[in-house]
Design a protein. Structure first.
Length: 593
């Protein structure tokens, strides 16, 4: 799902130019000259005769599979599956009641030309879910790991956002485009973890332990792509992916009987028939909460005559082609209320072959000039686009039918992207389709004011439901906060689903301990303090108490007062401000299907 070249949304069917389609008209004895045993992909000339197409798409007259008028129209002699069904089981809620933001963990790294992005920048009051991207899988142990070259810090800080918004669902996203790149050690991993019961169990043990230890609410599987030969896929991936997802769901349900907390499960899917045809959509959809449909990167600088599109400029989030992708789902009985529409907070750029030809369909040489932050040909973040428009004072063109903005700048550069106007239209489109929700790749590419996000959803819409700035009144007897074991290193919380809160304090026998509180009952450390004793050398903590607007979380004879402190008498109190506020976190529903 990371921003790198993808194959476009095209019907990757062989060109029927040499009449080797397996039909009697061309292959019967007395007619055929060579390759007489050729078989069509579908229809009367296929093996077996009457074979239908993957994903239930149309079988055209010549025995090739596709979804356009040329394949599906009666006057074009469509052979099977010619009718296009509409969506079923439409969502009965608002599409912006579920808003998932992917956050690129590598955006925390200091880079020249990039605006600062960190955990504090994440608008936790305007998302229902935060998907942390990406986690990897170790090829040998199947352990969940961070991406190569990344420290734990950005991952930990994103997970710790539960302290600010206990109702925010935080999921880990595993995989991504680069994870399955050719000639990498990780490309075979998806196949490996899914191809046997023992390997699935081995992976699940690692996944469940990791999610419990880190306090995640769900997992998103980003396998790009099962079965695809150009991505290291194997034919058995199709059935094995379903078996993997089934095993995860079964394990999650078993875990819920112990923990009382049900973990969520989703997967990402492409828009192109070429890649989607290896997904067993009905089998997968039975097990997941939803599917995140990557309705962006439909076109880009990778388009070429070789993939039948040609090197022509096209919008990468075209609504007409997004509709084609949704139609593939409807052909496979995917319920609309389990589909989320993907929104790209970035644009795709090209360098025009002829500067005088600058509308969709004109030819390009290669990807557009690099941006100061993305530093990659062919892409600009929403933040970079906003700065560019302001600098050059350019008014873009809006293609209302396609639902996309495009503009020409610096003579040779061409850009397609979404802005406030087109984003609102895409949200309305998703609503009319009856989709479940929206997801964003990626929120860190927005501008400093979160303009793109606030075009999709009202600022602060989920402040109350996420408990932002507030938490339940604390009761020391029921809060489940506890002290970690003492450690001479960095003390850690032993119980799953808990995180450190506040400063570490000294232990009587040496080392330090930390206060651990549940993710869904975590006070904001900024509202907390230690109420200790009087006296510099032998503090008397007898009578120390929290204020009326505070709640006592824990007490200790050692405490923090701009350094390690100790009570000669009594104990110090850890006090946090409490307000009367009932938290109503997002309640996952697997829709129907």
């Amino acid at each position: 799902m990371d921003n790198v070249p993808k194959t476009s949304h095209v019907e990757m069917v062989p060109a029927a130019t040499d009449d080797q389609d397996g039909t009697p008209e061309h292959c019967a004895a007395g007619v055929c000259v060579s390759n007489c045993d050729a078989k069509a992909d579908c229809g009367i000339g296929a093996d077996p005769p009457g074979k239908t197409c993957p994903l239930n798409v149309c079988c055209g007259e010549s025995g090739y599979c596709g979804t356009t008028h040329a394949f599906c129209a009666a006057e074009k002699n469509c052979q099977s599956l010619c009718a296009q069904p509409g969506p079923t089981k439409l969502s009965d809620g608002k599409v912006d009641d579920l808003v998932i933001g992917y956050m690129e963990a590598w955006s925390f790294q200091d880079s020249a030309g990039c605006a600062k992005r960190d955990a504090d920048w994440v608008p936790v009051d305007t998302l229902t879910h935060l998907n942390v991207a990406f986690y990897y899988i170790d090829p040998g142990s199947f352990a969940i790991t961070r991406m190569p070259g990344m420290s734990n810090e950005p991952y930990d800080k994103l997970v710790n956002l539960k302290q600010k918004a206990p109702g925010l669902q935080i999921w880990l996203s595993i995989g991504g485009w680069t994870f399955s790149d050719n000639f990498t050690a990780t490309q075979p991993v998806w196949n490996a973890i899914s191809n046997s019961e023992s390997n699935r169990a081995k992976f699940l043990n690692q996944l469940v332990d990791f999610m419990g230890d880190q306090g995640f609410d769900g997992v998103d599987l980003d396998w790009e792509y099962p079965g695809a030969p150009d991505r290291g896929g194997k034919p058995e991936d199709t059935k094995n992916f379903v078996l993997l997802v089934q095993a995860i769901r079964q394990r999650f349900e078993a875990q819920a009987t112990v923990s009382g907390h049900t973990w969520g499960l989703s997967f990402t899917a492409p828009t192109s028939y070429w890649y989607m045809r290896w997904f067993d959509l009905p089998g997968l959809m039975k097990e997941v909460d939803w599917l995140n449909l990557m309705t962006y990167d439909i076109h880009g600088s990778w388009d070429s005559p070789e993939n039948q599109v040609g090197n022509i400029v096209m919008a990468h989030t075209n609504i007409t082609e997004i509709q084609d992708a949704l139609n593939l789902l409807w052909r496979n009985d995917v319920p609309a209320n389990k589909v989320n529409l993907g929104i790209g907070f970035y644009g795709r750029t090209y360098e025009l072959e002829d500067p005088s030809c600058r509308t969709p369909g004109c030819k390009f040489k290669h990807g557009g000039a690099k941006g100061p932050c993305t530093d990659t040909e062919g892409i600009l973040s929403y933040d970079e686009i906003s700065a560019l428009r302001k600098q050059l004072n350019i008014k873009p063109t809006y293609d209302k039918t396609a639902g996309i903005k495009y503009m020409n700048y610096n003579q040779t550069q061409w850009l397609s992207y979404d802005d406030v106007e087109s984003l609102k239209d895409k949200k309305n489109f998703a609503s009319k389709q009856g989709l479940r929700g929206l997801f964003i790749w990626a929120i860190d590419q927005d501008d400093k004011d979160h303009s793109a996000l606030y075009a999709l959803v009202d600022q602060g819409k989920f402040a109350d439901s996420n408990g932002v700035g507030n938490f339940k009144n604390w009761d020391a007897a029921t809060s489940s906060c506890y002290w970690s074991d003492c450690s001479t290193g960095n003390p850690t919380c032993q119980t799953r689903g808990t995180l450190p809160n506040g400063h570490q304090v000294k232990c009587a026998g040496g080392g330090h301990k930390t206060l651990c509180c549940p993710l869904d009952h975590q006070p904001d450390p900024k509202s907390c303090r230690w109420a200790g004793g009087k006296g510099l050398f032998f503090p008397d903590c007898q009578g120390s108490r929290c204020n009326d607007d505070e709640v006592t979380i824990e007490e200790s004879d050692y405490y923090w007062n701009n350094g390690d402190s100790w009570c000669y008498k009594g104990t110090a109190k850890y006090c946090c401000k409490g307000v009367s506020h009932d938290l109503h976190p997002f309640e996952a529903s697997r829709g129907s299907g």
